[in-house]
Design a protein around this ligand. Structure first.
Ligand code: HSE
Length: 420
């Protein structure tokens, strides 16, 4: 059994405990061990909590977590610089550390990494950059073979949410920021988001992972979105661009430059379509070429997903090698639903639509849209988009459609995905 201690229990910590509770079977299958929360250090024990803490003990003394010999993994979700001494102590005590604290990782990365060497412990900080996007793991291992040429990241969910709402809904800055705060995306002090500072910490961490450089905030130029107005967003749109706050790291003639600022991006670029609280990291590697990671960059559960992912990584690497895959009970595609697109060629004569409609109706297929395309030499093309329908029914319907005299052919049948 793996025992976990928490330092802090706010939105992200509570979501992590929820995931550890709700997905405990999946997690233990993945790692071959049970992971339980033993102790949680909080500021106020009497505070009412919505999450089920099961048998975990609450304490106000961080020593109960970092000095408890039974605790294997310490998760820090307090934020700011002051937990540093606790994390260093935990690493010194041979505990693995998972943190979502971008400010601390940015400012003390070398010191924290050095502290892992003595006891060969893990320091994991996936949740510190890009919320739930596995950008740290991806850049360090799966893409680790590359010499990175550049990184362009939408690294702050709050500001991306604000820019999207101003753009799409013509809303003002202040109410949109309030909305982002209410949704739990923004920092305790939202100035950190809006000024570009949050993204700068994250870029500093990415610089360490992608370029092996200890850059430091003092060498990162950053500028926020405070001065962006609806007019600018509209003008950019007219020019064929979107305005996004980007964290950029790239090779230039004299070395590497790191900067965060709002910029115009061509609308057709994949990063321009990243909206709301979503983040994305677009990298250019010498071997892989262009690659983009995308996902929710803020909010309790996405961030907690990264935290628990780090726990899984630690347990898999350090504590177990007994993973067992479940046997699979097949599900036939015939029993699945989707919308369908169909293109039929038929004689341009009376009564055809009625016969086709009857086939759809007999097979419980409802139509969302249909139209008749070009008629050439008395042959019409009919295009149908159905509502969600059972595959088995569609197969049956297609066979029936083919047997209608005036239907010359069912030319194309395609399934529609990702359109809920
Ligand atoms: N306030 C941060 C954001 C949360 O909006 O991206 C995740 O670091």
């Amino acid at each position: 059994m793996i025992k976990i201690g928490f330092l802090g229990m706010g939105i992200v910590g509570s979501a992590a405990v929820d995931i550890l509770n709700n997905n405990k079977d999946i997690i233990s299958q993945r790692v071959g061990k049970q992971c339980i929360v033993k102790t949680i250090c909080v500021k106020d024990i009497s505070k009412k909590r919505t999450v089920d803490l099961k048998t975990a003990t609450l304490t106000t003394n961080p020593d109960d977590v970092i000095n408890d010999p039974e605790i294997d993994i310490v998760i820090e979700v307090i934020g700011g610089e002051f937990p540093k001494k606790w994390l260093l102590q935990a690493l010194k005590n041979g505990k693995h550390v998972v943190t979502a604290n971008k400010e601390l990782v940015s400012k003390a990365k070398q010191e924290l990494i050095d502290a892992t060497h003595e006891k060969q412990t893990f320091l994991m900080f996936e949740a510190a950059v890009g919320g739930g996007i596995p950008v740290i793991q991806s850049l360090s291992t799966a893409l680790g073979a590359n010499s990175m040429q550049s990184i362009f990241g939408i690294l702050n969910g709050t500001t991306n949410f604000i820019l999207t709402k101003i753009d799409e809904e013509g809303k003002d800055f202040a109410p949109v920021l309030k909305e982002a705060q209410d949704l739990g995306f923004a920092e305790a002090n939202p100035h950190m988001d809006v000024s570009g500072l949050d993204a700068a910490y994250k870029l500093d961490i990415l610089a360490a992972i992608a370029f092996q450089k200890n850059v430091g905030l003092e060498h990162i130029f950053y500028e926020g979105i405070e001065n962006i107005q609806l007019k600018d967003i509209n003008n950019a749109r007219d020019l064929g661009y979107k305005i996004k706050l980007l964290g950029i790291g790239k090779k230039v003639e004299k070395g590497f430059v790191f900067k965060v600022h709002p910029c115009l991006i061509p609308k057709a670029h994949p990063i321009a379509s990243v909206a709301n609280e979503f983040n994305a990291v677009f990298v250019q590697g010498d071997a892989v070429g262009d690659s983009m990671l995308y996902g929710k960059g803020a909010g309790g559960f996405p961030t907690a997903s990264a935290i628990v992912g780090d726990v899984i990584k630690i347990v898999q690497s350090k504590f177990c090698n007994t993973r067992k895959l479940e046997s699979y009970t097949p599900v036939s595609i015939d029993d699945t639903d989707s919308k369908f697109y169909l293109r039929l060629s038929c004689n341009d004569t009376y009564g055809v639509i009625e016969k086709i409609a009857k086939v759809f109706s007999d097979n419980k297929i409802s139509l969302e849209k249909f139209f008749q395309k070009d008629v050439k030499e008395e042959i019409a093309e009919l295009v149908f988009l159905t509502h969600s329908s059972l595959e088995r029914n569609m197969k049956n319907a297609v066979n029936k459609l083919k047997s209608i005299d005036d239907v010359l052919n069912v030319e194309t049948v395609l399934r529609v995905e990702l359109d809920d």
